[in-house]
Design a protein around this ligand. Structure first.
Ligand code: COA
Length: 197
């Protein structure tokens, strides 16, 4: 998906990690995304519906991007991927107004503002796409991730018990957080973020 925000990417932004490039993911990023995914702690991949460390899954992911159901923005540093955010939405589903955010940052790059930056980019894309509500799902023990989303105004909406099974067969509860897109727009306008970046 490039039409919703044509011209915004690629762009270089500054954060505590230094200068980072944000760009839409394309097929040319396959090797870098696989290397990024394979270096992630196993547990961090649990909130993703598919194992993105598998080349087959990556190919299906690219096909979904081409179909317009997924928009992925990568944050990069000297050719390597250090963060990745995806907005998933289904126009023909019964929730065409809802988007799901999936965001993940390389373990050694956390706490430097990359997650917040990527989530803000997802909000911008959601606004352009006319989405009204955003959700994010994670296991209840991802306390850091829950804190990040809550600091950006997301609130817990549902708890699904034993909903995720890891590769050892252990089940985990899943929490669904949500946020109203229009409310986020007024927040970023109030803080002048739209003009700042
Ligand atoms: C969630 C995740 C993407 C956050 O990325 P990040 O780059 O570390 O986040 P940021 O540095 O931008 O932090 C954003 C805010 O959350 C706060 N925060 C970050 N980590 C935190 C933690 N462990 N506990 C409490 N607050 C935290 C930061 O202080 C920051 O607040 P501020 O902007 O007011 O200072 C990252 O932890 C991750 O990849 N987790 C594993 C995958 C996952 O669970 N994803 C969520 C499912 S969609």
């Amino acid at each position: 998906m490039t039409g919703a925000d044509a011209g915004r990417y690629p762009r270089t932004v500054q954060c505590k990690a230094g200068d980072l490039q944000l760009r839409y993911m394309t097929a040319a990023d396959e090797t870098a995304v696989l290397a990024f995914a394979r270096a992630l702690p196993d547990h961090d991949l649990l909130f993703l519906p598919r194992d993105i460390a598998q080349p087959k899954v990556l190919a299906a992911w690219m096909a979904e991007i081409e179909r317009g159901a997924l928009t992925t923005v990568l944050a990069g540093d000297a050719g390597a991927v250090v963060g990745c955010a995806t907005l998933a939405s289904e126009k023909l589903s019964w929730s065409p107004h809802v988007g799901e955010i999936r965001v993940i940052v390389a373990a050694e790059m956390r706490g430097k503002g990359i997650g917040r930056l990527l989530i803000e980019e997802m909000f911008r894309i959601a606004l352009r796409l006319g989405l009204e509500k955003l959700v994010a799902q994670m296991t209840v023990d991802q306390r850091g991730a829950i804190a990040v989303f809550e600091s950006m105004g997301f609130r817990g909406e549902a708890l699904l018990r034993d909903h995720v099974k890891d590769h050892t067969g252990t089940k985990h509860d899943l929490v669904v957080l949500s946020h109203d897109v229009a409310r986020f727009q007024s927040t970023i306008e109030a803080y002048g973020l739209t003009k700042a970046r």
